[in-house]
Design a protein around this ligand. Structure first.
Ligand code: GLN
Ligand code: ZN
Length: 763
């Protein structure tokens, strides 16, 4: 029998972000609910037709969503928090859970595994019910409209519960806290309860004549304990109870399956999907432990995570090896991870991106073609298409950069003088008071700023006009910050749309697509840069604006850069050299910028690393290696400055517990962190560790338009002096002010400066 192809989780946004436009128009009440449903249906049918016309054998359904596929499950399983129950209309309730409403705060949103997708966290309280069977509706609908059999796809019970949160009372505390479900005692009861709901759902599918269904279980690649693995198998016994004719495939991705032998053998399902692209671990396991007879292997052989063209020779030889192990009849080939991490199509980029780069790329539509090509090579003995991937990559090579990288002596990375000596000199030289105040970098990006930037990009105004405008903005914020009596000033970042794009556009080795949008959450899409060759800096990137700002004031102005790890983690990056090497290349380019800023008289340089934690590998055993080189990459970007030059970094999240020693090892003179939303709780991690470098407390939550009072900010600041040396504490907002308006920013900063003044008097 010939092998078959399938795909899953193809992009939902539409070729030109039609979904975003439809959903946002509905929010703005520009279109009706019926109109939204109609447009959404057109987008979905368009996706399915694309997959069908590409010649894919097993076509997915139910992998479309108006906002988020986890939220779809929650509303289907009656996981609807009390505070939304008074909203009658189902669709409005759905969006309210995602985005909040007048009287109910939104459900938490968080990162989906190690990707840049974000899902709405289920608030689990038990009492699950199957309110509707969307996979069945989707199956029937497509059968009726397009007359095709499909395979409904949905996230499976284990992952759904694992990623949820549960209200629990902490020991010794009166307050209820949301804790991660997998760390809660309710994990197993909830898992078994939802398992019977899945059983009900599958029974209905079976009854309606559905032939196969896919349950996505990416949580099975995490480090599962033996207890969790046993619970998984027990739960699937419930899921599969009395299911006879419906084939159930469990799909895993983003990493290798954990506890391979036990899970592939004992999970009572028809097939298991494995990711053969992310690394070789699944392949090694299948070679070593084999694969159970009679089960189907869904082999993920083309990437869903990165945009690089599949190497046909390698893929074909992999498929042949898998056929030898499981047999042709039991093999389906597919994408290795959801395709929604990729842009829809490469077509719009032709003529825009360099020709040699186009030949190296594959987006979602191109993945479909790759799969059918590989299938036809195997089934019909077609010839393997010529590819000269290495030659193409070599055409971009920059020998000088490669040499600089191989010359790095890792043992020598780091500043020469110790922190205490440096810091003392810095504070003296800068003439800073105790509790110095500063901001994180950007000031409000008003309508006017955005419009001018767009005008410049579109060629409606000249470079001179644009630069003149930026200068005026800088003059305005410098004056404003002086009036507010802030101690360390910033230039406001008006020339930057995005903190990664700005630097990527100025460095060699980066490409920017015209239409390469990828869903980040809900209607929000991003266009990640593509790092396709060796990175270098042809000329200074920020010196002009920073030195201009510095020329306007006697107070120190911070140089403002995005760090190497963040630039890397927020881009698509090449796979032909180790990730670490790319980080070092970016670090060396930034180092030139840092030294140029220093030479130009800039005394404080901030290197932002908000995405430092995002690259953390899913498997714990791999995290140390990542953190080690990530720390080194950061240090490499600034370790040759003079001791009196002060290096800042900024991270705007609050999960430091597990990584604090690495944060410390970055050896920044000052780190600014979030401290407002966590009400200073974040300080516990720093206290426990005895963190003794400068800390900027983000006492003001910039994510809300509310103006924080002196009292509430003071409370956090006062809490901090109990656990941190007062001479090390800085006062600042918790992130850049770019999304705020001046009408909130000015009074909020006024209050913040007031807090510093009170602190100086009191302590
Ligand atoms: N310097 C950046 C800004 O102020 C930092 C942004 C961030 O942390 N995401 O906008
Ligand atoms: Zn931030």
């Amino acid at each position: 029998m010939p092998i078959k192809t399938t795909v899953f989780d193809y992009p939902k946004i539409g070729p030109n972000r039609e979904l975003k436009k439809a959903v946002e128009s509905y929010w703005k009440k520009e279109i009706s609910k019926e109109e939204l449903y109609k447009q959404a249906e057109n987008i979905n049918l368009g996706r399915i037709n694309t997959i069908k016309n590409a010649g894919i054998d097993i076509i997915p359904s139910n992998d479309f969503s108006l906002y988020d596929f986890i939220l779809d499950l929650s509303t289907m399983f009656n996981v609807i928090p009390e505070r939304f129950k008074n909203i009658e209309d189902g669709l409005d309730r759905y969006f309210a859970m995602a985005r909040g409403s007048k009287d109910a705060v939104a459900c938490e949103m968080t990162k989906w595994f190690d990707t840049n997708y974000h899902y709405i966290v289920p608030e689990l309280t038990g009492n699950f019910k199957l309110l509707k069977n969307r996979p069945l509706e989707s199956y029937k609908d497509i059968k009726e409209k397009l007359n095709i059999e499909t395979k409904p796809v949905l996230v499976g019970p284990f992952t759904y519960i694992y990623l949820g949160k549960v209200y629990e009372r902490k020991e010794g505390s009166l307050l209820m806290h949301m804790v991660k479900a997998n760390e809660s005692i309710k994990f197993k009861p909830f898992l078994f309860e939802i398992a019977s709901i899945y059983n009900e759902l599958l029974s209905e599918l079976e009854e309606a004549g559905v032939k196969e269904v896919q349950l996505d279980e990416p949580a099975l690649v995490l480090d599962l304990t033996e207890e969790e693995t046993n619970a998984l198998i027990e739960a699937y016994q419930i899921v599969m109870h009395n299911i006879k004719n419906l084939k159930v495939y469990v799909q895993t991705y983003y990493e290798s399956l954990s506890n391979y032998e036990k899970i592939v053998n004992e999970l009572p399902v028809s097939g298991i999907g494995l990711d053969f692209v992310v690394n070789d671990e699944n392949l090694e396991n299948i070679r070593k432990y084999g694969f159970p007879k009679g089960k189907t292997l869904i082999a993920g052989i083309v990437s869903g995570r990165d945009p690089w063209k599949t190497d046909y020779k390698k893929a074909v030889s992999l498929v042949k090896e898998l056929i030898n192990i499981v047999g042709e009849d039991n093999l389906i080939i597919s994408n290795a991870a959801p395709l929604f991490h990729l842009p829809v199509s490469l077509e719009p980029e032709k003529g825009h991106l360099p020709e040699n780069l186009i030949k190296l790329l594959s987006f979602a539509n191109e993945r479909l073609e790759e799969l059918t090509t590989i299938r036809d090579i195997i089934n019909n003995n077609k010839e393997i298409p010529e590819q000269n991937l290495q030659e193409l990559r070599d055409s971009f090579k920059n020998e000088e950069v490669r040499k600089a990288i191989s010359n790095i002596d890792e043992s020598k990375i780091g500043r020469k003088e110790d922190f205490k000596t440096r810091y003392k000199k810095q504070i003296q030289l800068l003439g800073l008071p105790r509790f110095p105040t500063t901001t994180i970098g950007s000031f409000p990006q008003t309508q006017e700023v955005r419009k001018k930037r767009a005008d410049y990009r579109a060629g409606r105004i000249t470079k001179e006009e644009y630069e003149e405008f930026i200068k005026k903005q800088i003059e305005y914020v410098i004056k404003l910050q002086e009036e507010l009596e802030l101690d360390v000033l910033v230039h406001g970042e008006f020339e930057r749309t995005d903190m990664v794009e700005f630097f990527g556009e100025k460095m060699n080795g980066f490409a920017f697509t015209k239409n390469g949008w990828v869903q980040s959450y809900g209607s929000r899409c991003v266009r990640p840069p593509i790092i396709y060759s060796d990175v270098s800096r042809p000329e200074p990137m920020t010196v002009k604006e920073i030195t201009y700002a510095q020329s306007l004031t006697n107070k120190p102005v911070k140089g403002m850069l995005t760090g190497p790890v963040t630039i890397l983690n927020w881009s698509f990056y090449r796979k032909d050299i180790p990730k670490k090497e790319i980080a070092y290349q970016i670090a060396l380019a930034l180092k030139e910028e840092v030294l140029d800023l220093e030479k130009a008289g800039i005394k404080i340089i901030q290197i932002d690393e908000p995405a430092f934690r995002e690259g953390l590998p899913l498997k714990k055993a791999k995290q140390k290696e990542y953190l080690d080189w990530a720390v080194k990459a950061f240090k490499l970007s600034n370790d040759t400055v003079k001791e009196e030059t002060q290096i800042h970094t900024h991270m705007c999240y609050s999960e430091f517990n597990e990584i604090i020693e690495y944060i410390y090892a970055m050896d920044a003179d000052v780190i600014s962190i979030e401290a407002s939303r966590s009400k200073g709780e974040i300080l516990e991690a720093f206290e426990k560790f005895n963190y003794d470098h400068g800390i900027g407390l983000g006492v003001y939550d910039i994510h809300s338009p509310r103006i924080p009072s002196v009292e509430e900010m003071l409370e956090i600041a006062e809490r901090s002096v109990k656990v941190i040396d007062k001479n090390l504490i800085w006062i600042n907002p918790d992130c850049g002010l770019k999304t705020r308006g001046y009408e909130e920013t000015i009074p909020a900063l006024k209050n913040m400066v007031q807090v510093a003044k009170i602190m100086r008097e009191k302590y």
